[in-house]
Design a binder for this molecule. Structure first.
Ligand SMILES: [Zn+2]
Ligand SMILES: [Zn+2]
Length: 416
């Protein structure tokens, strides 16, 4: 079968304009043939489609492979796309069951034990695949449940809200603690732009925020490679950077909900997710800003507060992290080198490279300005994240992952 990316025709790659378009087969080649010279992970996806009419295409694609599927959705995404997909499947003779995941006591649909059990109960022994219709959370539920049942899952996003649709990791909340389980990527993704354009604006803001957060993710990734020899690929970093810059250039179009901008954002999110799949770890798309966001999420869970969309937290955290890095990292490196503090003293003589990495991060004001152009919240306080929580998280979030981020440098050198 010929792999497709978006509605790509002749040109394999158009970068720097309003679209990022990479063919799936071109990305797949990087598994064995990356300019960095090292092998990357395979992309186990068979099909990708971002564009108008993708929902109908999903139904046909499913019909060609499966006789019985379960649609994992919530009440909102059932209305947005689930019902239309179910009708199309019925017309094509595919047997399907709806599994409408119920919200928790706070009114949030969460990837936790009750949701997972609900999906598993709906999946009888003769079901051949799960279809995630909806947000990142519904994908995580379908991803985990399908992996446990040893059947594939198909991704049908209903909003350009997050870059994790194509990832293999399923972040679940188990006994109140968020842990990411390595499961599997979808076998195919169908993102219908006619559906995405009707998504609530907060979900578009969140998707934009998740991409904008790559400013500090990419810088932390490069820093970890420089300071502690963490695995790195400059080529994959450049692809994520292109996704980031293309999405950032769409701010005005996204503010007006223009369809070309929404499509471009979805393509950037999918591309970022595919780079993570290739790299096999989340480094390309997750740095100090994501660690801060995870810390806030866990605190909200502990105190029973309603969750804030992932990408909104990431963007607000990116602004905070950008300010903190610009203010403190050069001095922290100098102090660590002077004190011979391992592993940071290895940066001796490489201060200019650290400055180059910092120069790739815009100011916190710039990050916040991008969110404001969409009319989106840009600061923690606007998300109900109080100043004391931001201060506490800056001192502990680096411990959530074993990564040599600049946030960890600042903590280990006492700069924060
Ligand atoms: Zn590479
Ligand atoms: Zn993210």
């Amino acid at each position: 079968m010929k792999a497709k990316w978006g509605c790509l025709g002749a040109a394999p790659r158009v970068i720097g304009g309003t679209r990022v378009t990479w063919r799936l087969d071109e990305l797949r080649r990087l598994t064995t043939d990356c300019p960095c010279g090292k092998p990357h992970q395979p992309i186990p996806m068979e099909h990708l489609r971002v564009g108008p009419g993708a929902l109908a295409e999903a139904a046909t694609w499913i019909r060609d492979r499966f006789e019985r599927v379960v649609l994992i959705m919530d009440e909102h995404t059932r209305a947005a796309a689930g019902e239309a997909l179910a009708h199309a499947l019925t017309d094509l003779g595919v047997l399907w069951t709806a599994c409408v995941i119920e919200p928790n006591g706070q009114g949030d649909v969460v990837a936790d034990e009750p949701s997972i059990v609900q999906a598993l109960i709906a999946t009888g022994p003769d079901v051949e695949a799960l279809v995630a219709v909806g947000s990142g959370t519904l994908h995580d539920i379908a991803r985990f449940a399908s992996a446990k049942m040893r059947i594939p899952f198909v991704s049908v996003p209903t909003a350009p809200s997050v870059d994790g649709f194509t990832s293999a990791g399923a972040p679940l909340i188990v006994r109140g603690v968020k842990t990411t389980y390595q499961t599997h990527a979808p076998v195919a993704l169908f993102a219908d732009t006619d559906v995405l354009e009707r998504a609530p604006k907060e979900l578009v803001w969140a998707g934009f925020g998740d991409v904008i957060g790559k400013y500090t993710s990419l810088a932390d990734w490069a820093f970890g490679a420089l300071a502690a020899d963490e695995p790195y690929c400059a080529h994959l970093a450049s692809i994520t950077r292109q996704a980031l810059e293309t999405a950032a250039s769409q701010a005005a179009g996204l503010a007006e909900f223009r369809s070309d901008a929404i499509r471009s954002l979805m393509e950037a999110l999918v591309l970022s997710g595919l780079v993570m799949l290739l790299f096999g770890q989340s480094h390309p798309a997750s740095g100090g800003e994501h660690h801060l966001s995870h810390d806030w999420e866990m605190e909200f869970l502990r105190s029973g507060r309603r969750q804030v969309l992932h990408g909104l937290k990431v963007a607000a955290a990116c602004g905070v992290i950008a300010d903190v890095y610009h203010a403190h990292v050069p001095d922290a490196v100098a102090d660590a080198v002077r004190a011979g503090q391992a592993p940071w003293a290895s940066l001796e003589g490489r201060e200019q490279e650290v400055r180059n990495i910092l120069a790739s991060i815009p100011s916190g004001d710039h990050v916040r300005g991008l969110m404001r152009r969409l009319g989106a919240p840009a600061e923690p306080a606007e998300l109900g994240i109080e100043r004391s929580l931001v201060a506490a998280s800056l001192k502990r979030a680096h411990k959530l992952r074993n990564r040599h981020t600049m946030l960890r440098l600042l903590n280990e050198t006492g700069a924060l």
